[in-house]
Design a protein around this ligand. Structure first.
Ligand code: AMP
Ligand code: MG
Length: 350
């Protein structure tokens, strides 16, 4: 086991955040975040109510160099002092991933350092080790703008998929709900805010795939598109209350997440009988009502809930740097410079 901590530069460009970070630490963590620069392109995409891939990749190209310089400056680290350069290589919007990965390749080549082509989902998955030093194995609920999955994480190379969305990601459902109700982008925080003054029982919205009895669909899969359609129909009535609709939507999402997580807990316990840690990650984990519901579920099922702080739940490069450190520690020598960016790259398949 190596005694010296790893110092890694991370680069993240897979969606609408241009981010660079320097992280130092030993496995299993916690690690030290020496810098964490996140430039969110929210304003550029706001007029469209969602991320426009072409706008995103052009913006990454324009500002990434400066963001990396700032990350190194703030950390007071030179390229020569790094143990490796990690960048998101997928999954994500391919134009953005190309910008980040190509920049990382150039830096790795110039500095003579290992390149670590990181799976963005692995970054989210291992963040709780960076922040809390959580030991393997743990159950992971990943809820973001592009993903909604329940995974058993047994190690850096051991991801078991228990369930994923068969249509929209949960963050996407929040964003679309905001658009339907005339709330600002990004939708998650706006819907949560509106829901605070609403009645969650005002409208009876569907809870797709909820596991009520044995005849229902088994597994821990999610579906949100029926909920979105119901909401669109509801919103056609101009007397609809935005606060009540937001609260009713959020209550339905919470029921779905709670039910699917409880089911996945059973699958996780069958795989890892002695483990009892649940980690929640991704931008939607910033939602306080969802966090409270998951904490309650963990309490009643004898699980311990670990949630990274909101700043490290949404897209960032510290998690990419950390995943790079994990891979180096697990024996990776660095990836070949010919490695390609990937729009799709599942962590695990069933
Ligand atoms: P990420 O994809 O991890 O960068 O997270 C962005 C997604 O998280 C977007 O879809 C947001 O709408 C969603 N999000 C952020 N904050 C909240 C919140 N408080 N409640 C629900 N969703 C949120
Ligand atoms: Mg994002």
């Amino acid at each position: 086991m190596r005694d010296k901590p790893f110092t890694i530069l991370g680069i993240e460009t897979s969606c609408d955040e241009t981010a660079a970070s320097v992280v130092r630490g030993r496995i299993p963590g916690p690690g030290e975040i020496l810098s964490n620069i996140v430039f969110s392109q929210t304003e550029a995409h706001a007029p469209y109510g969602g991320v426009v891939p072409e706008i995103a990749s052009r913006a990454h190209l324009e500002i990434l160099d400066g963001v990396i310089e700032r990350a190194l400056d703030e950390a007071k680290i030179t390229l020569q002092e790094l143990d490796g350069i990690a960048a998101t290589a997928g999954p994500g919007l391919i134009g953005g991933v190309m910008v980040g990965l190509t920049t990382a390749k150039a830096l790795a080549l110039c500095a003579g350092k290992p390149l670590l082509a990181v799976n963005h989902l692995m970054g989210h998955a291992l963040t709780a080790r960076l922040t809390h030093g959580v030991e393997f194995p743990f159950l992971l609920l990943l809820v973001s703008g592009g993903h909604c999955q329940l995974l058993g994480v047994g190690g850096v190379d051991d991801f078991r998929l228990y369930g994923s969305t068969i249509d929209d990601a949960v963050g996407e459902a929040f964003d679309k709900t905001a658009k339907i109700l005339g709330l600002p982008y990004p939708g998650g925080p706006a819907v949560e805010e509106a829901a605070r003054s609403g009645n969650p029982k005002a409208y009876d919205l569907p809870r797709p795939l909820l596991f009520k009895n044995k005849q229902d669909r088994a597994g821990a899969d999610f579906s949100f598109s029926g909920l979105k359609t119901a909401l669109r129909q509801l919103a056609q009535d101009r007397r609809v209350s935005v606060a009540d609709a937001s609260a009713s939507f959020q209550a339905a999402v919470i029921d779905i997440l709670r039910d699917r997580s409880r089911f996945a807990m059973g699958l996780f316990r069958a795989d890892f009988p002695d483990a009892n840690t649940m980690v929640v990650a991704g931008g939607v984990a910033a939602n306080q009502a969802i966090g409270a519901a998951l904490a309650q579920l963990c309490g009643s099922e004898d699980f311990i809930l670990r949630a990274p702080p909101p700043k490290l739940c949404t897209d960032n490069a510290a998690m990419i740097a950390w995943a790079g450190a994990e891979r180096l520690a697990a024996g990776a020598n660095g990836d070949d410079l010919s490695i390609s960016p990937r729009a799709r790259w599942p962590l695990a398949v069933r």
